[in-house]
Design a protein around this ligand. Sequence first.
Ligand code: 2DT
Ligand code: MG
Length: 214
Amino acid sequence: MAQRGALVVVEGLDRAGKSSQCELLRKSLEESGMPVKYIRFPDRTTAIGKMIDEYLRGQSQLDDHAIHLLFASNRWEVARSIEQDIARGYNVIVDRYSYSGAVYSAAKGNPNLSLEWAWLPEIGLPRPDLCLFLQISPDEAAKRGGFGGERYENQAMQTRVRELFHALFKVVRGGHDDVQIIDAGRSLDEVANDIRDAVRGCIERLDAIGPLRK
Ligand code: 2DT
Ligand code: MG
C-alpha cells in the first residue's frame, strides 16, 4: 500500500495570509508530484456550513455554545473523508481547524465558555501531523488593510484571539514537535519557503509518526 498522506493545518489570525500560503503550498507539492487536497473551515457549502455563514454575516443570532458546536460539527461531518483521503495517499492541507474553533469561541468572553470547554468537541477528530501557526503582529495586520464586515472582524476580538492562540499552543506543544510558529510578517516567498520546508520535513517523518492519530 502507498504511504499515507500528511494532515497539515494552517492557522492564524485574519490577514496572516493563510489562504494565499495554502495555495502556494498546494502548487509546490503538486509540482513535486505529490497528491494534494485543500479544504477550509468553516466549509460554508454544507447544510451546517450555511448556518455558520448566516451567523458570521450577522443574518442570524445563535447562542455562543450552539454556534460553537456547529463549527465543530462542520469538521466532524468531513472527518471520515479526511481519513480516507489521507489513507489513499493525499496530503491534506487544511485552512483553519480545531485551534480556530476553540480560540474564537473562547475569545468572546462568555464566562460559561472557557477554552477548555471549547476544546472538548474537537477530541477524536483526525489529529494534524503538522500545524503551522502564521504569526503576524497587530501593526502588520493593520497595514494589510481594514477589517471585513463579518462577526469577529474587530480589534477587541482579534487581540483576544491572538492571546488565546498562544495560550493554546503552549498546551498542545508540550512534548510534541507538531506545532510550528511561522513569522508571517515577511514576504510571501520567504514565508512560503519556510512552510514548504516544514511540510516536506513532516512528510519525511510520516513513517516515524505512524498511522494518522486522533
Ligand atoms: P474565515 O474568515 O477563515 O472564513 O473564517 N471560526 C472559524 C470559528 O469561530 N470557529 C471555527 O471553528 C472556525 C473554523 C474564524 C470565518 C471566521 O470563523 C471563525 C473567522
Ligand atoms: Mg475572515
